[in-house]
Design a protein around this ligand. Structure first.
Ligand code: B12
Length: 529
């Protein structure tokens, strides 16, 4: 049986689809992945039609986050006009809103798709598409009726799942009206991949011990529960050894919500084997209260380069009462001390433009961040009300947002350039006395404060920040010139677009513009059914 898995992401890293495809192949079926980056055309490109007709899949799967809801609805409409092939939807948005999604697909997958898709392929082979399947996780729309299934018990041993490849030979992409095999045209994969594809994105766990009110993953607790599942070190090493064979991979980017959920023993074994067999710089994510000295220094010795740590706000009230994040800023200070002592690159993520914040809490955040151990890199994200999160449900009740607002906004990193956001954005890079001097309420600000902040905001991001970033990168790889240069070469495009557009890519802007234009040309697509 053949399955075609489609992603509409603008970014070529599709971990979930790669896992499903790997499991399909491991069960003696066939699969292809097709990236249609931000595809939002009112008609189906002949190249896509020919590709599907030639491959002639038995099942078409479409993976979507919330931002891809309308592109998924659009491509499903276009595919139905030409093919009888059954269509299944899956992914974060589908697991959050299966009711909504089953209106458009023949099947939806609520939860993990590896086993569910293989079972569906075998059902289609043995019983055909006119017989509704009875498979956990899979809801069916049959003769206008919706048949819901319970969520299967989770795969407890993640090592049973075949792992993903960096660039599988069955991965295709749509580019300038043509379909290319990414493995045969790796430059195209890199064109659509974050950091120009210089890193392999992987996960060693599934699940997060926290349930922050703004996080899209919190909306999935009903599906996945709170237990964090981890892979064995040996299983992770197998994936890494395979990835390491591709000389273009410079970094490993561990996308686990918090790498420090692993035990000391797991991290000891991992660090020893990683240093011996892989020895590439790597990036992990950390939650301040879970960052531990011993684990940190073992990872640093193994090649840890950057730590991405969510701080979100410098106000304990905002973190505790609005984000349901029981993390004091004093714990953040301790974590920042440790990260700097370990000479890893500290990359701190903040949430701004939160309607529940006050001028006081925004000023408190600037004051707190000015006290953190330097140097560090700061990243501001515009608060997005992701579907199904506790904060979104609250904001809907308070008439602050609507259920579908996040379906249209694609630019979390495009924040409002208010006075305090600009000051927060440059806080790590200007003298602390200057931060204190400029950190003023709207009533006590003078023209001079606005002028100085604007000048600094413009100049610091063009000069000091890139210099500090380069220094931190170089220090994190022990001043290894070759690695530093290759890292910079690998990152010039996103760095440049961040510099110019103040977020990650021209493509993302075009995406939002196309979404707006399609609303004008095909309003039916956006109408509630
Ligand atoms: C890794 C990651 C990324 C990576 C890779 C994304 C990818 N598709 O793999 C990158 C950096 C590219 C990324 C980008 C973004 N991300 Co992201 N990402 C994550 C992260 C940290 C882990 C996802 C992961 O690898 N999970 C493990 C895999 C195995 O699970 P999975 O992807 O869910 O897939 C399983 C099931 O969902 C299902 N499934 C998935 N697809 C399909 C398809 C079919 C047909 C079927 C049947 C089943 C199925 O089966 C899969 C295997 O079990 C999550 C947070 C989290 N903890 O989940 C955020 C998360 C998914 N990202 C999020 C967001 C918002 C984004 C961005 C929009 C942010 C931005 N604008 O920059 C971009 C969008 C990218 C784009 N559209 O181009 C939100 C999504 C919220 C929502 N409701 O949509 C999350 C939940 C983070 C959050 N805090 O809210 N992301």
């Amino acid at each position: 049986m053949k399955c075609l898995l489609i992603s509409l992401q603008s970014n070529a890293y599709v971990t979930g689809l790669k896992y499903i495809a790997a499991n399909i192949h491991a069960n003696s079926h066939e699969a292809r992945i097709l990236l249609l980056p931000g595809y939002l055309e009112p008609t189906l490109s002949p190249a896509i039609e020919d590709f599907i007709r030639d491959y002639n899949p038995d099942l078409i799967g479409i993976g979507l986050m919330s931002i891809e809801f309308y592109p998924a609805k659009n491509i499903t409409r276009l595919l139905r006009e030409r093919f009888q092939t059954p269509i299944i939807w899956g992914g974060v948005h589908v697991s959050t809103y299966p009711e909504e999604c089953i209106k458009y697909a023949d099947y939806v997958c609520r939860g993990e798709g590896e086993s569910a898709v293989v079972s569906l392929l075998e059902h289609l082979r043995n019983k055909g598409k006119d017989v509704p399947p009875n498979i956990p996780n899979i809801w069916v729309r049959c003769n206008g009726k919706i048949i819901k299934q319970s969520v299967s018990s989770l795969e407890t041993n993640l090592d049973n799942l075949p792992f993903q490849e960096y660039l599988p030979d069955y991965y295709y992409g749509f580019h300038n009206g043509k379909i290319y095999n990414f493995a045969k045209n790796p430059h195209l994969f890199r064109r659509y991949a974050l950091y120009s594809g210089t890193c392999h994105m992987m996960i060693t766990t599934r699940g997060c011990p926290f349930n922050c009110s703004y996080c899209g993953h919190t909306a999935l607790i009903a599906v996945y529960g709170r237990k964090v599942r981890e892979r064995a070190v040996e299983n992770c090493m197998e994936e890494l050894k395979a990835v390491k064979k591709d000389p273009y991979v410079l970094y490993i980017n561990f996308e686990d919500d918090c790498f420090f959920v692993h035990s000391r023993e797991w991290i000891r074994k991992f660090s020893e084997k990683y240093k011996k067999h892989i020895n590439l710089p790597f990036i992990v994510r950390a939650i301040p209260t879970l960052l531990e000295r011993e684990k940190l220094f073992m990872l640093k010795d193994a090649g840890l380069s950057m730590i991405v740590m969510g701080i979100q706000s410098g106000s304990d009230r905002v973190n505790f009462e609005i984000y349901d994040r029981r993390i004091n800023f004093s714990s953040v200070m301790k974590a920042a001390e440790l990260i700097s002592e370990a000479k890893a690159v500290p990359f701190y993520e903040m949430i701004v433009d939160n309607p529940y914040e006050t001028e006081e809490t925004e000023m408190e955040t600037i004051d707190s961040m000015s006290k953190l151990r330097r140097p560090y890199i700061i990243s501001l994200a515009h608060l997005t009300f992701f579907p199904g999160t506790p904060l979104t449900e609250k904001a809907i009740k308070d008439n602050i947002t609507t259920r579908d607002s996040s379906l249209y906004t694609y630019m979390p990193t495009k924040f409002n350039e208010t006075y305090l956001n600009k000051l927060l954005r440059i806080t790590p890079y200007i003298p602390r006395f200057l931060v204190r001097y400029l950190n003023k309420s709207v009533t006590s600000r003078r023209q001079f404060h606005l002028l100085l902040t604007n000048i600094l905001y413009f100049t610091v991001r063009m000069t000091i920040e890139p210099a500090i970033f380069m220094f931190l990168i170089s220090r994190s790889v022990n001043y290894n010139i070759k690695l530093t240069i290759r890292t910079l070469i690998g990152n010039w495009r996103p760095a440049l677009s961040k510099l110019i557009f103040n977020y990650l890519g021209k493509k993302d802007l075009e995406y939002t513009e196309r979404l707006i234009s399609l609303r004008k040309t095909t309003p039916a697509l956006f109408e509630k059914d």
